[in-house]
Design a protein around this ligand. Structure first.
Ligand code: GDP
Length: 448
C-alpha cells in the first residue's frame, strides 16, 4: 500500500454517456473530500444522495456519492465515486471542486497503475483493462475479460513456478558438486526441461492467438496478377471495394478492408501481384506487397490447381509464426468441387471467388486462425510485448538445454534459466530477485 499516495481525480465516463457522468477520486484525501461534499462521513459502499456544492455553496448538481475505503477498492486506496448528470460542464465543475478540496487531475491510466502498484492487479490484467475498453469485436472483448480475470496471469505463474523448480534443481546439483554429474545427466532433468518447453510452446501459441484476438487478424492476399485476389477480397467483404478487371496488374497499390467475421475483426490487405514487372509503378506496388507480407498473421495465396506449385515458389519461405492458406480459385471453370486439403503442411482450399462456392470453408479457416474457432475456447487477450517476452524465454530455455546437453555446464544453464525467469516475470511485473531467493529457500532445505 502506498501510504503517502496523493489524491487523484478524473472523469471516468465519456461526455454525455447515457446522461450519467462519473467522477472517480482515489488517495489519502478521498474520504475527507467525500465528507465535505456530503456534510458528514459517508458509509462504506452505501449510495448517498448528495447535493454537490461549490466552495461558495452554489449547487453544482445533485447525484450519488459512493465511498470505497481502502483496501477494498479498485486501486487499493480510499476511493470515492461521484455520479452526476453527464454534462461536460457539470463534470468539469465537479472535478474542479474536488481538486480545490485536495485532489489533482489524474494522468492517463493512473488508477490502473495504482491498482497494479498496490497489488490489486498484475501487469497483464492492467493491460487487459485498456484492451477491453479498446476492443472492437465481441471476441476481443470476451478475451480481454478473461485476461482481466487472471487467466493469462495464471498460466504465466504456472510456467514461472515450473521454471523456478527447474532452476532450483540445477542449482542444487551445482551446490553439491560430488553429485553434479549424476544430477545433470539424470533423465528426470531432461524430462522436466522438455515439460517446461512444451508448456511454453502452448502458452506462446495461445499468446499469439490472444494478440490476434485483441488486434484482429492481419490477412494479406497475394498471388499472380489475375489470380482473383480482388474478387476474393470482394467476396469476403461482400461489397465492391477492390477494383476487379481482367487486365493483369490492376491492383497496383495496397487496398485494406476491415471486416467482421462472426465477431472477429479481420484486416484484409489486397496487394499487387507478385511477379517481375518492368513497370515502375507496378514494381513499387510489388515492393509494398512484400512488405505487407512480412507483417501478416496470415498469407493468403490466391492461385489455381495448375499454378499452385510455381506460385508457392514465388511466395518464398514463410515468416515465423505466420499461417498460410493456399486458395485454388476459379473451380467454376474446372467444374471441380470445393474442398479443404492439406498441402505440404499448409491448408489448401478450392473455391470460386466468382460464384462464392467454397467461401464458407475459407471463412471457417480464418475463424480458426483468428483464435475464436472451436480449438481456442477460453482464449485470452494478449499484446505483442507478451509474445516478444515469451520468445525471449524460449531462447533462454533453448540455450539452457544446449548448455546441459552439449556442454554439461550446469552454471550456464542456471544462468539462462535466471534470464528466462526475469523475462517471464516481466510479463506480470511480479518477480523480483528477493522473491526468487524466497522460492529457492522455501523449497530447498539447505541443511540436507
Ligand atoms: P487479381 O488481379 O488477382 O486481383 O484478379 P481479379 O480479382 O481482378 O480477377 C481477375 C479476373 O479473373 C477477373 O476477370 C475476374 O472476374 C476473374 N475471376 C476471379 N475469380 C474468379 C472465379 O472464381 N471464377 C472465374 N471464372 N473467374 C474469376
Amino acid at each position: 500500500m502506498l501510504a503517502s499516495a496523493d489524491t487523484i481525480a478524473a472523469i471516468a465516463t465519456a461526455p454525455g454517456s447515457a446522461g450519467i457522468g462519473i467522477l472517480r477520486v482515489s488517495g489519502n484525501a478521498a474520504a475527507a473530500i467525500a465528507a465535505t461534499l456530503l456534510g458528514h462521513a459517508p458509509r462504506a459502499r452505501h449510495a448517498h444522495y448528495c447535493a454537490f456544492r461549490g466552495g461558495d455553496g452554489a449547487l453544482i448538481d445533485k447525484g450519488i456519492l459512493l465511498s470505497f475505503p481502502q483496501p477494498n477498492s479498485f486501486t487499493g486506496e480510499d476511493v470515492v465515486e461521484l455520479q452526476a448528470h453527464g454534462s461536460p460542464v457539470v463534470l468539469d465543475l465537479l472535478l474542479r471542486r474536488v481538486c480545490e478540496l485536495g485532489a489533482r487531475p489524474a494522468r492517463a491510466g493512473e488508477f490502473s497503475e495504482r491498482a497494479f502498484l498496490n497489488g490489486k492487479l498484475d501487469l497483464t490484467q492492467a493491460e487487459a483493462i485498456a484492451d477491453l475498453i479498446a476492443s472492437q469485436s465481441e471476441a476481443a472483448a470476451r478475451a480481454a475479460l478473461r485476461s482481466l480475470d487472471g487467466e493469462f496471469s495464471a498460466q504465466v505463474s504456472h510456467l514461472l513456478k515450473n521454471l523456478v523448480d527447474l532452476r532450483v534443481y540445477i542449482e542444487a546439483a551445482i551446490d553439491f558438486p560430488e553429485e553434479e554429474i549424476d544430477f545433470l545427466a539424470a533423465p528426470e532433468l531432461r524430462q522436466r526441461l522438455d515439460a517446461v518447453s512444451d508448456e511454453l510452446s502452448v502458452l506462446l501459441a495461445a499468446t499469439r492467438r490472444g494478440v490476434r484476438l485483441a488486434d484482429g487478424l492481419h490477412v494479406v492476399i497475394v498471388g499472380r496478377p489475375n489470380a482473383g485476389k480482388s474478387s476474393l477480397l470482394n467476396a469476403l467483404a461482400a461489397q465492391e471495394r477492390a477494383i476487379v478487371t481482367p487486365i493483369a496488374g490492376t491492383t497496383r497499390d495496397v487496398l485494406r478492408e476491415n471486416i467482421q467475421l462472426d465477431g472477429v475483426l479481420l484486416t484484409l490487405v489486397d496487394t499487387a501481384g507478385l511477379r517481375d514487372s518492368a513497370d515502375i509503378v507496378e514494381r513499387e506496388g510489388i515492393r509494398r506487397a512484400r512488405n505487407e507480407l512480412e507483417r501478416a498473421d496470415v498469407a493468403l495465396l490466391v492461385t489455381d490447381a495448375e499454378h499452385l506449385a510455381e506460385d508457392l515458389v514465388l511466395l518464398g519461405p514463410a515468416q515465423s509464426g505466420q499461417a498460410r492458406l493456399l486458395i485454388c480459385n476459379k473451380i467454376d471453370l474446372t467444374q471441380t468441387l470445393p474442398q479443404r486439403l492439406e498441402h505440404e503442411g499448409n491448408v489448401r482450399i478450392d473455391l470460386s471467388a466468382r460464384t462464392a462456392v467454397g467461401l464458407d470453408l475459407l471463412r471457417h479457416e480464418l475463424k480458426q486462425l483468428s483464435g475464436t474457432g472451436d480449438a481456442s475456447r477460453g482464449a485470452f487477450s494478449a499484446r505483442t510485448r507478451h509474445v516478444v517476452a515469451l520468445e525471449r524465454v524460449a531462447a533462454h530455455l533453448a540455450a539452457a538445454e544446449f548448455a546441459l546437453t552439449s556442454q554439461n555446464a550446469g552454471e550456464l544453464a542456471a544462468e539462462e534459466l535466471r534470464h528466462a525467469q526475469r523475462d517471464l516475470g516481466e510479463l506480470t511485473g511480479e518477480f523480483s530477485s528477493d522473491d526468487l531467493l524466497g522460492a529457492i529457500f522455501s523449497s530447498f532445505c539447505i541443511g540436507k
